[in-house]
Design a protein. Structure first.
Length: 537
């Protein structure tokens, strides 16, 4: 059976089947991205923190804009080449289109990679520090975890004496990490006491492990199996006993409902006890000698004498100083602090002067004084250019919150060179990857900054967890990226596997390329909205 209107258009609509389908699909896509853009606008208007402005690198986004616009042109040329029965020209233009998609995703991947390496911290006074953490060293060598990854100087440090595992919930990779850290620090994690349990009904207890046995995944898994088997056995016994009690209660109280007799239905615990097996819920190990363990902040709830991991593992021991150490600081930002000060009826400038950064870090104070001078110059320039409002007596234009309260790495460079903000210069590489501190002079680098753990309110990479802006950024650009990959795969299929279709029915292939091109135009259109909204505003 031949499906009609694959090549020839319908008489009522003038469209062939796939074109009707793509327009319906694009209508749903418009609603999808329209919802995202609308949500972005409303969230930005109602944000309870200073919304990030012009924080994304413009040059990569601008290049990607022209890449997609160029690819929209070449996909049309590829379609036109098919209509003219020029296969080689089709291959050329479609190849360029697919190459443009690859370039777009490479640039987007670089941008994402930079974000995931960029650390941000909001202090408890709402000051914000952005930059790159250092890595722990022993001598000249970097410390590494059991996976061989360098350890960032953002760990919760505990001098552990005892570790107690939940036999059901322990996380295997964390157990391996603890064993690795103990070995690295010449210490052992051993069972605190003999562990005996009844594992067969009616039999005496058996020794499952002895005091001094080393911690291992095999040991924990063996104890876990014993615990789960015992729990299943005991549960079955209790269920059977309870069922029997209900039968007796129903027989003794005919005509009564369950809720009326429920209070009298109880299991004879003493009679059941000899049949029960031992459920080993937790198992304790001692650390000999006491050793320092490092934990990711997101994995542990620290306390002075006992910390708890997310898998309910308890770590007994003294909490050590656990600062976050920045080797490169890209920005210090007082916008959120200023906003909170205004909400409390305080002078933002006074609040900033009283912040932990200004009081405890001389370079931060020096940079802040420089920033105040730059803001004063900008205010004077704006008054000269735009004048004063005759009614209110206020300037018609004022510096933005970002200009007034944020000091970025470009400002550090300008300050070190003794020039104003307007004369800052950066290398092309830095437009993509951020500040090249290793390639710059030492004077351009913000000194190392150690933040005491008690001053840290919230910390995250520039990921969706950091704030709503980045959550939206990754959602929209990630979804758009999936559309780019999907569209490119379809177009690449026509490029590499369309020859047979072209030889048998060139018009059919041309129609398919046209449909793919319509989708590709939509992908381009979405980016034309994304670029100014996320990158320029």
């Amino acid at each position: 059976m031949e499906i009609p209107y694959i090549v020839t258009p319908r008489k009522d609509t003038g469209l062939f089947n796939s074109k009707i389908a793509i327009w319906l699909f694009l209508a749903s896509e418009v609603m999808l991205f329209g919802g995202f853009f609308s949500a972005y606008v409303f969230l930005r208007i109602g944000a309870d923190y200073p919304w990030p402005e012009r924080t994304l690198p413009v040059l990569p986004g601008l290049i990607n804009t022209f890449v997609l616009i160029g690819s929209s042109m070449t996909v049309v040329f590829a379609w036109a080449s098919l209509k003219l029965h020029q296969w080689r020209r089709f291959q050329l233009f479609m190849g360029i289109t697919v190459a443009c998609a690859v370039i777009f995703m490479i640039l987007k991947g670089i941008e994402y990679n930079v974000k995931f390496q960029h650390q941000a911290v909001r202090l408890k006074d709402y000051s914000v520090v952005e930059g790159h953490l250092g890595y722990e060293k022993v001598g000249e060598e970097y410390e590494k975890d059991h996976n061989g990854h360098k350890i960032e100087e953002n760990r919760i440090l505990v001098e552990a004496t005892r570790v107690t595992f939940n036999t059901v919930r322990f996380h295997k990779s964390w157990v391996e990490e603890l064993i690795s850290q103990a070995e690295h620090r010449k210490s052992k994690i051993v069972l605190a006491e003999d562990l005996s349990a009844i594992i067969d009904e009616g039999q005496p207890p058996k020794t499952l492990a002895k005091a001094g046995d080393a911690l291992s995944l095999e040991l924990l898994e063996r104890l876990q199996k014993a615990h789960l088997d015992a729990r299943a056995h005991n549960g079955a016994l209790r269920t059977a006993a309870l069922r029997g009690e209900w039968k007796k209660a129903n027989a003794a109280n005919p005509g009564k409902r369950g809720w009326e007799i429920a209070s009298g239905v109880n299991i004879d615990v003493e009679a059941l006890a000899p049949k029960l097996l031992t459920e080993i819920g937790t198992v304790a190990f001692t650390v000999e000698p006491a050793a320092r363990f490092d934990f990711q902040p997101r994995d542990v709830r620290e306390a002075e004498t006992q910390s708890r991991l997310r898998d309910d593992t308890l770590v007994d021991g003294k909490l050590l100083a656990s600062p976050m150490v920045f080797h490169y600081v890209d920005a210090i930002d007082f916008q959120h602090l200023a906003m909170k000060a205004v909400e409390k009826g305080q002078d933002p400038m006074v609040a900033i002067e009283d912040s932990w950064l200004i009081k405890n870090h001389p370079f931060a104070k020096e940079a802040w004084e420089w920033n105040k001078g730059e803001v004063a110059k900008l205010e004077k320039k704006l008054i000269e250019k735009y004048g004063m409002d005759g009614k209110t007596g206020k300037p018609n234009r004022e510096p933005t919150l970002k200009e007034r309260y944020r000091i970025g790495w470009k400002d550090f460079v300008a300050k070190a060179d003794g020039v104003g903000r307007e004369k800052e210069t950066i290398a092309l590489k830095e437009e993509f990857m951020g500040p090249d501190y290793k390639g710059r002079e030492a004077k351009h680098t913000f000194p190392h900054l150690s933040l005491p753990r008690e001053q840290v309110g919230f910390a995250s990479k520039f990921s969706p967890a950091w704030n709503t802006y980045y959550a939206i950024y990754f959602t929209i650009t990630g979804l758009h990226g999936l559309h780019v990959i999907g569209g490119a795969l379809v177009l690449a299929y026509y490029l590499f596997f369309g020859r047979k279709m072209y030889e048998s029915n060139p018009e059919w292939l041309a129609n398919r390329v046209e449909i793919g091109g319509l989708f590709w135009h939509f992908v381009d259109l979405v980016w034309i909205f994304v670029f100014p909204i996320l990158y320029l505003m």
